[in-house]
Design a protein around this ligand. Structure first.
Ligand SMILES: C[S@@+](CC[C@H](N)C(=O)[O-])C[C@H]1O[C@@H](n2cnc3c(N)ncnc32)[C@H](O)[C@@H]1O
Length: 260
């Protein structure tokens, strides 16, 4: 799954999501004034750097892009890559210069002292909100990414991705409300043209991987489907070349601030 995830990210297809996550981190961490100076930064008593942890980091793609973006905005970061998978943590530490890696189970007490982290990233990953609140410093933030119901809708229609319940952002804001206030929300939605290999990686990198019964992205209805229909269904044109298939990416990026 991690290799599929890395291969899919390498296509650049999810850059708009990474950019939105980075922008949310920059906005939450501090704002760059007209002179280019930082006008506010989350308090970080023990260090001038912002301690940013991605919990459920996978390959470290979003942590890596956020750290680069923050660095470009003049905000120095101490990155922490955390995941249940030691392989994911190792990949992430290699991908994010200067990062520390932590293998952890998000459903257990997190191996951080109270009030020691400035920001947490949670992208398509499980969230332990009371533990996040405990380890964040006063004024700390959480940037979370959840899929909308339209995310990957074309491959869901083929039964190759799990259903997404409606209202995830509101449900998250409700669940977080004892510890966090929602500060910002944006929907990032765009079309991707994906080859069969991209589709294989996209499906292989997520929780739907085991739902995939064959290597093509779609199955024509019934044995009487024409070769053209079969080709169109799996993204090839009638000449057998891989013309690519349009797939929607649609997520909500949410920023939460720890309640003082
Ligand atoms: C869908 S992947 C997202 C990875 C990464 N944020 C990304 O978007 O590329 C979910 C990640 O959560 C991690 N994860 C699942 N259960 C976990 C747990 N109980 N504790 C920590 N991490 C967990 C998985 O190992 C996986 O890397």
């Amino acid at each position: 799954m991690l290799d599929a995830r890395n291969a899919f990210f390498a296509t650049g297809s999810y850059v708009p999501i990474a950019d939105a996550v980075t922008a949310a981190c920059i906005a939450a961490t501090g704002s760059v004034g007209t002179s280019g100076s930082i006008t506010s930064v989350a308090p970080s008593p023990s260090s001038a750097r912002v301690r940013l942890a991605e919990v459920g980091c996978g390959t470290g793609y979003y942590l890596s892009t956020a750290v680069s973006g923050l660095d470009g905005a003049g905000i120095a970061v101490n990155p922490i890559a955390a995941d249940l998978s030691p392989f994911g943590v190792r990949m992430s530490v290699r991908a994010v210069p200067g990062s520390a890696g932590v293998v952890l189970d998000v459903w257990q007490p997190l191996p951080f002292l109270d009030d020691t982290v400035d920001g947490i990233l949670s992208v398509f990953a499980p969230r332990n909100l009371p533990e996040f609140a405990r380890i964040l410093r006063p004024g700390g933030f959480l940037v979370a990414v959840v899929p909308t119901t339209r995310h990957l809708q074309e491959i869901r229609a083929d039964g190759l991705a799990l259903d997404i319940p409606d209202g995830k952002p509101d449900a998250l804001t409700d669940a977080a409300s004892s510890w966090f206030t929602e500060e910002a929300r944006s929907v990032v939605e765009f079309g991707m043209i994906l080859t069969n290999e991209d589709l294989d990686n996209l499906i292989g990198m997520g929780p739907s991987a085991h739902h995939r019964a064959h290597s093509g992205p779609a199955q024509p209805d019934g044995p009487s489907a024409s070769p053209d229909a079969e080709a169109a269904a799996d993204g090839r044109d009638a000449n057998g070349t891989d013309a690519g298939r349009r797939v929607t990416a649609s997520v909500t990026v949410l920023t939460y601030r720890l309640i003082a």
